[in-house]
Design a protein around this ligand. Sequence first.
Ligand code: PHE
Length: 354
Amino acid sequence: MSDIVEELDALRVTGLERIEAARDPEELEAVRVSLLGKKGSLITLLRSVGGLAPEERPAAGRTSNEVRQAIEAGLEARRKALESAELTQRLTAEAVDVTLPGRGRVPGHRHLISQIVDEIVDVFIGLGDQVAEGPEAELDYYNFTALNHPPDHPARSGQDTFYVEDLSGDVAVVAGESDVMLRTHTSPVQVRVMEAQEPPIYVLAPGRVYRRDVADPSHLPQFTQVEGLVVDRGITFGDLKGTLEHFCHVMFGADREVRLRPHFFPFTEPSAEVDVSCIICDGEGCRFCGGVGWLEILGCGMVDPNVFRLLGIDPEEYTGFAFGMGAERIAALKYGLSDIRLLLEGDMRFLRQF
Ligand code: PHE
C-alpha cells in the first residue's frame, strides 16, 4: 500500500475521532473546515496524488473518495446528534410542571385609615360639603397665628410641635424657632379656604397631622384628622350640634351615646369637645378610654370673630362653625380596636381583617 493511502486511512480515523469529540455545532463546523475545507487536510493530501506513479493513482483516488464520504457521513451524524441533544436540553429547561400548585395572588386593599376617612368624607359630602386640602409642612401663620393663638401659646413650644429645618437648607433652625412645622391639626386648611374663597363655605379637609406625643393605646405622634368648616349667614351652635350628632349616628349607630363637653380652642368661641361612650368598656372605664368611659373624638366650636376679621370676613354678617375629628379614634370606636397603634404597625394579620 502506498504512503498516501495509509495517510488517507489515518486521516479517516483521526477525522472521525475529532468529529465525535465536537461538543457543539460551532466546534463541529470548525472540524469540518479543517478536514474538508479549501485548505483542509484532505485537499492537502490529494495535492500529492499528482506526484504518484500512474498505477497507484486509482487506489489513491478511490480511498480519498471513501475517506471524504466517511467524513461527510460522520459530520452529518454528529450534527444530528448535537441538534437532538440541544433540543432535549432546551425542552427540559423550559418544561412547565403543570402539576405544581398555582401561586396565589393576594389582592391589596385600602388601609383601614383610608377606608374610615372615605366613610367620614362620604357622610359630609351627603350634607353638601366640598373637599379641601392643605400642606402637611405648614407655616406658623396658618397653623397658629391666623387661628388666634397668642405668641406664647404652649402648643407653639418645641415640646408639642415638630418644627422643620429652614427650607433653604443652610440654616438649621432650633426647634421652636422655625416658621415651618409639621401641622399639628388640619385647622390651617380652614384659614387657607377662607383666604381663597368667599362665604358661603361648606368644606371638609382630611389630612395627616403630627404632634410630639408618645404613642399609647389612644394617642399617636402621627394621625389623621378630618376638619369641617361652615361659614354662612345665620349659622348657629344648633347647626353644629345637629350636624355632629347626625354624623355620630351614621358612623356609630343610633344607640352609641354622644356628649358635648365645654372646652376651649383659641379659634372657636364657644368651643366644645365631643365624646362617644367607649366601645371597649361601654362606659365602665378601661385602659383605652383612660378609665373615664368616654372617648374624645373631636373638637369643635363657633368660628371666633377674631379669625373672621383677620381674614376679611365680616362677623356681623356671617357666622360659622368648625370641627376637627381624629380618624384613628373613630376607626377604633367603630371596630372595637383597643389600641390604635395597631393601625400604624403594618401587621397584615391585623390589617387584612378590614
Ligand atoms: N384643631 C383642633 C384640634 O386639633 C380641633 C378643632 C377643629 C377645634 C376645629 C375646633 C374647631 O384639637
